[in-house]
Write a protein that binds this ligand. Sequence first.
Ligand code: PLP
Length: 395
Amino acid sequence: MSEIKNAPTIDGFFDEFGGRFIPETLVPACEELEEAFKESWADVEFRATLDNLLANFAGRPTPITQAKTLSTELGCELILKREDLNHTGSHKINNVLGQALLAVKMGKNRIIAETGAGQHGVATATAAAVFGLECVVYMGEVDMMRQELNVFRMELLGAEVIPVKTGSKTLKDAINEALRDWVTNVKNTHYCLGSVMGPHPYPMMVRELQSIIGKESKIQCQEQFGRLPDIVVACVGGGSNAIGIFSEFLDIPDVELVGVEPAGGASLTKGDPGVLHGSMTQLLQDEWGQVLEAKSISAGLDYPGVGPEHAALAASKRARYVNVTDEEVISAFQLMTQKEGIIPALEPAHGLAYIVKDLEAKNSAFKNKMVLLNLSGRGDKDVDQMMEHLKCLKI
Ligand SMILES: *Cc1c(COP(=O)(O)O)cnc(C)c1O
């Protein structure tokens, strides 16, 4: 049996965060999933099937790229982990292929998912097509307007996209609807959650499925630069790409870990403990405990909560969490595009925005350091939105 490193308690707690705060009807489903995951993760044959899919379908390993121009201009040694080069355009596919394989193993023929920007929905619809599963994706009506092309992509792939018209009509509400569907159809349905959030075992399971990012990065940095990075930076929505790359460096105290949230969705720096979507975490809420809306330029980071393991890492100070504004993100997006020839998704542009901000400050922590940025996805989905923004700014 391969042990799971830094596993939560048997109740799914990372220190005081995590757990399983769900309706009675979902407890057996979570237990079934936990058992199937633990068994499969220790099963050589399951791992070989998944590795084969990751290599020959998703395109792993993704390379690391030296951002030479930006390094010179900014004054650090910037390395990019190229998750943007994955099939379907982001790190989401790592998680989804694993969960789809599990669904098949558990004998489920229907898979459901929530999506914000549409990347997780597209990845899930893709995996459903590969495995011949029925697929339903819940998406907030506001997000459907922001990401029209991804809606059409999911439909092309054979998925049904259901508009969510409740609450803020964004990601948080889409998760509520997906959970409601799961309660009703739990017999034949697997809920493919898109990030390291939700009830146990999701935060642990999705982290393990995304830890491939950190494993590859570590080996690649050693091979190509003969050393590990000084600082690892990743954007944080629910936190799956960040925990995926952080997880392999957690027990190396010399490597600093920095998570970047949008200023309008900074649950780790501006939130308080509370329960959302089945787990105890840091949440944006008002003084009466009502969950507030997150607001950012990137639909993929518009989430008022965050994965419980990040809440624990923030509390223990093993990782540091910061935030950047939409304006800083737009400049960083243009900078990476024009200096490195890579159009990033708006989400990882948050990471670059913080690196730039730090290096412009008087007491920079990043100066002359080797900085590894997780480039979690490509910007194709965001080009329309950028066009609108730049038109407004008359640039
Ligand atoms: C979905 C998404 C994110 C945010 O999700 P995490 O779980 O925080 O990683 C970040 N970047 C990209 C490209 C995404 O598609």
